[in-house]
Design a protein around this ligand. Sequence first.
Ligand SMILES: [Mg+2]
Length: 306
Amino acid sequence: MKVLIVDDSPMTLALAQARLRDENLDVSCASGGVEGLVKAKKERPDLILLDLKMPDLSGYEVCEQLKSDPLLSAIPVIFLTAADSTEDKVKGLDMGAVDYVAKPFDPVELCARVRAALRVKRLQDLLNLRAQLDPLTELWNRQAMQDRLRQEWARMSRHEEALSFVMMDIDHFKRVNDTFGHPAGDRVLCAVSQVLTAQCRESDMPCRYGGEEFAVILPDVNSTAAAHFAERCREEIEKISLSAQSRVIHVTASFGVADSRDLHAREELIHRADEALYRAKHAGRNRVVLWECNEWASDYVREGQS
Ligand SMILES: [Mg+2]
């Protein structure tokens, strides 16, 4: 885990750095408040040790800026303070610091407090991750997808890159549940999720949109490439074969694909992919339909085998 030490005293920096490196931590240093804020933004450490009295910005001012930045506010802060006054400690803790260490510090105590703060940070990270995952399939959930789409939309607008969105729905999924029971239906959802994950690049984001509906965000991908991606997924889903009650379950899925060209809001991207999915369903299911240039690109409707 990464620790950033912000202190204007070279002695303190050297001592704390040496001790924390012995703990197998990735340690970086900043010799003032301004540099500390820059490094915090760049490195996103798991913990910040922050001196209270520095010439450029005080520890309080740095802490205030960290806590007001949504990307940095979750990083725990431990104040390093020469001031032994209760008032300083209370003020620091009230500002959101998790702990303080009085200088000159005992290196053993410093390391123990750092370990304790990092234990809590690890648990918090784990809880945050869990809150973003669908518990059954372990794909990203709908809320995480909305957050990511907001970020990708902003990035795409800045760099004028492509952004594609795929909506997918398992065909006649209710029949699977009705015929084979919900545990079998859950196995189908997991198998489909694995197909989506296997077809995704590191930068893509597969998610469970709800029920038997899935979505994939494909950054830097135009709709033609996204349709090819969807077609690969469709073919792989057709190959899924699960046994239940001495019978074999086969499923198919329908896909709607859209990209961000000519769009002004990310909601329109979801809406277009959803419309394309609706059309795929009504054209007979087990197919990919691409939304393009205000017209239905029917040349990319590919029939399934069955
Ligand atoms: Mg100082």
